[in-house]
Design a protein around this ligand. Structure first.
Ligand SMILES: NC(=O)c1ccc[n+]([C@@H]2O[C@H](COP(=O)([O-])OP(=O)(O)OC[C@H]3O[C@@H](n4cnc5c(N)ncnc54)[C@H](OP(=O)(O)O)[C@@H]3O)[C@@H](O)[C@H]2O)c1
Length: 309
């Protein structure tokens, strides 16, 4: 039974964990939950790759991490990898660069994400929530399989959301790309976060036997830049909700817990919230056929030849 709760922060849940000699990669590590996740993984001794789309922002975030650590985190512990999940070609290039470094990847935290009210398409023509939050991470993770395998006991953490409660995804995966329906920002965001969980479950089913374990989580509700493109009324609602929200260190705690708790070294296919295992929030995530079908469709959409399964 976990001794942690919604009030625990990322440092508390990883206290006593020694990650020296381990390599971690955090997507979207230049701000919000990703930056705090990268900071605390480095504080525990990991070498952390900050995979971000903007080098200047990543460098600023790296400097903040090093400066605020008062000598506990060295510059050499943090690397930058350019990763723009908005483009599948860019994702392929990033994975190639990482593989050239020839590092086993012990911890992959798929954290980057967007939540926008308007309809936008990625460079490859996919609805942006699905394209960036799901397909980009789907392809990136699959392309890093050899690096994950080489770690001999890797963990993949998918930062999903309870917003999956708004998802419109059907077991037949109809109109995934929002071509024949009236667009809804919240519902397409919910779809992408449900896809994160379904991907985590299916990935774990395929690769737990090879020693790569995947879990997904809801971090809580946290005032980050995630809502940067939302309407003024949405922002005002956020201001009223501030007292109920988690701080960023508390928001990153569940990612740290899933990535470092000794209890989950060899366990995957789980969903966490508030630093504890929770019942999965959506029935499609428990539907093995639907998870496998989403995997196949994601292979097609990303043009990924899945030779390993
Ligand atoms: N905050 C919450 O209440 C909450 C609740 C549930 C789930 N989540 C999930 O938590 C995760 C982290 O969100 P956050 O709250 O920390 O939000 P955030 O502060 O907006 O951080 C999001 C990160 O994702 C990056 N990103 C966006 N588009 C990208 C792209 N095309 N390629 C690469 N990186 C990209 C951003 O980079 P730029 O700075 O360059 O844009 C940023 O680093 C997300 O997956 C979100 O869905 C958050």
């Amino acid at each position: 039974m976990t001794r942690f709760s919604r009030r625990s922060n990322a440092e508390q849940v990883s206290e006593g964990v020694d990650l020296s000699g381990k390599n971690a990669l955090v997507t979207g590590a230049n701000t919000g939950l990703g930056q705090e996740t990268a900071r605390v993984l480095a504080l525990r001794g990991a070498h952390v790759t900050m995979a971000c789309r903007n080098r200047a922002k990543a460098m600023e975030a790296k400097q903040e991490i090093v400066d605020s650590s008062v000598g506990k985190i060295s510059e050499a512990q943090l690397d930058f990898l350019e990763l723009d999940l908005n483009s599948l070609a860019a994702v392929r290039t990033s994975a190639e660069v990482f593989k050239e470094w020839q590092r086993p990847l012990h911890l992959l935290i798929n954290n980057a994400g967007i939540m926008i009210p308007m309809e936008r398409r990625t460079e490859d023509g996919f609805e942006a929530h699905m394209g960036i939050n799901h397909l980009g991470h789907f392809l990136f993770t699959n392309l890093l399989l050899d690096s994950l395998s080489a770690a001999k006991g890797a963990r993949v953490v998918m930062v999903s959301s309870s917003a999956m409660g708004m998802a419109t995804l059907t077991p037949q995966l109809q109109d995934l790309n929002w071509e024949s329906r009236k667009f809804s920002g919240f519902r397409s965001y919910g779809d992408s976060k449900l896809m994160n969980l379904m991907f985590s479950n299916e990935f774990n089913r395929r690769y737990a036997g090879e020693g790569i374990f995947a879990n997904a989580l809801h971090p809580g509700v946290i005032a980050t830049e995630l809502a940067r493109d939302q309407s003024i009324p949405f922002m005002l609602l956020g201001v009223f909700m501030l007292p109920l929200m988690k701080t960023v260190p508390r928001g990153a705690a569940t990612s740290l817990y899933a990535a470092t708790s000794p209890d989950y070294e060899q366990r995957g296919g789980l969903f966490f919230s508030d630093c504890r295992e929770k019942k999965v929030l959506h029935k499609l995530a428990q539907d093995e056929d639907a998870c496998a079908a989403l995997w196949q469709r994601s292979c097609q959409m990303t043009d990924f030849a899945d030779n390993r399964s």
